[in-house]
Design a protein around this ligand. Structure first.
Ligand SMILES: [Fe+2]
Length: 238
């Protein structure tokens, strides 16, 4: 009798263990599934941002490919200044969308072939504020606003939209400002050839302490010397 009872107990214990094992496997599968879904959502978000970025470059015909190049260069510069992890993720999104505020600038100004009037410049200089207004309500982009909002601020306080000065300007925007100007000068435009590496470096060096953070310029120029950005450019002439 005792043997029968013990055997029954063992069977139930085995069933309980088997059930618990099955539940644990179910939980692990569910967790894996959730993690995979999260990763897929993040990838989908980032692909969407890349699409927006390409659309912006297409509209602003002079700078086709500009957003992709400055994003790559900004990430390289961040790594050279020992920034990493989540900061790279947020900066990548911010760099891709840095000129999204130009959606608020009319074609008649954005695509004007000649120089802008002072009134037109007033409208053009609003694009960082438009970017802030556009991106602020989007929760997953709230840490990516510094570049779109602050990339036209200058170290000496003469930039826009807020006239921030020195370290009031977020570091990632100070890094991006150098990269943005470097790309604008280095890349060929319909009305002029792209400048040589040397000429652009001289320009950036001469604006350290006025337009640019001098420490960022040092890192940028050291980096440009050791690993040229030229592989990002096809049609640039010396
Ligand atoms: Fe801009």
């Amino acid at each position: 009798m005792l043997f029968v009872l013990l055997a029954g107990y063992e069977v139930r214990r085995s069933e309980v263990i088997a059930t618990q094992g099955a539940i644990a496997i179910d939980h692990a599968s569910l967790l894996n599934e959730l993690q995979r879904s999260n990763i897929e959502i993040v990838i989908a978000y980032d692909h969407t941002l890349e699409g927006w970025s390409r659309a912006l470059d297409l509209r602003d015909k002079e700078t086709e490919g500009h957003s992709k190049r400055v994003t790559e260069m900004t990430l390289r510069l961040m790594r050279a200044t020992r920034l990493g992890g989540a900061e790279l993720v947020h900066a990548r999104r911010g760099a891709l969308l840095h000129d999204i505020g130009k959606l608020g600038v009319p074609d008649s100004i954005l695509l004007k072939p000649g120089p802008l009037t002072e009134e037109e410049w007033v409208v053009m200089r609003r694009h960082p504020e438009y970017a802030n207004a556009l991106l602020s309500p989007i929760t997953y982009l709230k840490h990516s606003i510094d570049i779109p909002y602050c990339h036209h601020e200058k170290w000496d306080g003469t930039g826009y939209p807020r006239g921030l000065k020195g370290e009031q300007i977020p570091l990632v925007a100070r890094l991006f400002a150098v990269v943005d100007v470097w790309d604008a000068l280095r890349y060929e435009r319909p009305y002029r050839k792209g400048w040589s590496d040397e000429k652009v470096c001289e320009y950036i060096h001469s604006h350290a302490g006025t337009h640019f953070d001098p420490e960022v310029v040092k890192v940028f120029l050291r980096m440009e010397k050791t690993c040229k950005f030229s592989n990002l450019y096809d049609k640039v002439e010396a």
